[in-house]
Design a protein around this ligand. Structure first.
Ligand code: CTP
Length: 410
């Protein structure tokens, strides 16, 4: 049983918060409701008080609340903070650290996981400002239950309607669930692009941002694993609670991974590593332009995943997961890579889709193993990460703990 703070903000969907509270209670959780001033325009605190059988917090400075600095004491006792419905306003406040009422102050103090179920007009939902705030929140590990599409209270038709209470409750249950399922395990994740320098100002790179790898690292850390993130050049900030090793080129990434492989239970290679780099390394001086075309001679980089596969050989540990960016025959090509590189799973991305793969928050993948394939339809990268880490856990279950003494190295 968990203690859950349920924040209710000013949207027509506020009435559904009652069903969310009941759903959480039915699963044995205690709920303490917090209503913003705007929420109280839509439903009265009495309804939530009757359902939760607790006082509803409606005001930051109400007499009686301040002696124990309520938002601080509540912040350290709750197991999750759920905001349903979450308006564009509260998303903006959370994303930017504004604390001008009880709920937004609680958000800054608590370290409990956060679930937000947005609800708003479709144009608000797709506004660049809201999208940016959502990206910030996702990057911080906030779990978002995306709104549904349909007829909205304002008369518009489109995305923005609060998710059904059952979906919100399920999302909360998932967040509460497995905190320690990877305790004692060490997981190495590579993420981001690599840059192969041509000269002091130019490089060969690719469009990877590292978002998928960061989501995987965050999910493994959330489940209690000791995580090492080997991160190529990206502007994204690595999540807290893990060791992060910054690298630039494929060769540096190779070094960083190989020197850590012995003590690792799981290696997830999500980085988009350059397959080619300048054959003679970077030129020491800037390459001047000439009249004719420029010819670059490139040489193959070392394939980190394939070398790990060869090093591991028939052993089951460490668990090896690779990614494949494909534009066609996603599953067949994923399977071919799985066999060629001797790994346990290939997470195959269809990068020809605009809403999946590089530079977007969402992904659609197929998880390919030697004997099965699992399609994971379009969803937030944090959700895809959860499915991938579930697969990792079942592989770990069959592989047993890492047996360092069996390793011959090489
Ligand atoms: N990989 C690696 N080292 C490299 C190249 C790739 O470890 N030098 C890893 C990636 O991190 C990823 C997987 O291998 O997990 C991708 O395999 P790859 O065959 O490079 O896939 P694509 O780039 O999609 O291959 P191709 O260009 O051949 O389609």
């Amino acid at each position: 049983m968990a203690l859950i703070a349920l924040g209710v903000t000013g949207s027509v969907g506020a009435y559904k918060s009652v069903e969310v509270a009941r759903g959480l209670q039915k699963r044995g959780h205690e709920v303490v409701a917090i209503m913003t001033a705007a929420a109280q325009q839509f439903i009265g605190p009495l309804t939530l008080e009757a359902i939760t059988r607790r006082d509803v917090i409606t005001d930051q400075f109400a007499p009686g609340l301040n002696s124990s600095v309520e938002h601080v004491s509540l912040a350290s006792t709750i197991d999750a903070l759920v905001v349903a419905p979450a308006t564009a306003n509260v998303l903006g406040k959370f994303a930017n650290g504004i604390a001008d009422d009880f709920l937004s102050s609680l958000h800054l103090v608590t370290r409990a996981p956060i679930v937000m179920a947005p609800a708003m007009n479709s144009n608000m939902w797709t506004h660049e400002a809201v999208e940016r705030n959502l990206a910030i929140l996702r990057g911080r590990g906030v779990h978002l239950v995306d709104p549904e599409s349909g007829e909205l209270a304002c008369g518009w038709v489109g995305p923005g309607r609060l998710a059904e209470p059952e979906r919100i409750v399920t999302a909360v249950e998932e967040v509460l669930r497995p905190a320690g399922s990877l305790l004692g395990r060490s997981v190495l994740v590579t993420a981001g692009p690599t840059y192969e320098d041509l000269d002091p100002v130019r490089y060969l790179g690719n469009r990877s941002t590292g978002r998928m790898g960061l989501a995987l690292a965050a999910e493994a850390a959330r489940r209690g694993a000791k995580v090492t993130l080997v991160l190529g050049p990206t502007s994204l900030v690595p999540p807290a609670g893990m060791e992060s090793v910054r690298v630039r080129s494929a060769a540096e990434m190779f070094e960083a991974v190989m020197t850590r492989r012995e003590a690792t239970d799981v290696m997830v290679l999500a980085a988009a590593v350059a397959d080619y780099a300048p054959a003679d390394g970077a030129r020491p001086q800037k390459i001047p332009k000439g009249e004719g075309p420029l010819t670059l001679v490139l040489a193959r980089t070392r394939d980190i995943l394939a070398e790990l596969g060869a090093w591991r050989g028939p052993r089951r540990a460490p668990v090896l997961i690779g990614f494949a960016a494909e534009t066609r025959d996603v599953v067949a090509r994923g399977l071919a890579k799985l066999r060629a590189k001797g790994v346990d799973l290939i997470v195959a991305n269809d990068v020809s889709r605009a809403d999946a793969g590089f530079e977007v928050e969402t992904n659609a993948v197929t998880i390919v193993s030697a004997d099965a394939e699992t399609a994971v339809p379009l969803r937030a990268k944090s959700e895809v990460a959860r499915v991938v880490v579930d697969h990792v856990e079942s592989l770990l279950g069959s592989a047993g703990p890492v047996a360092t003494e069996d390793r011959s190295g090489g």
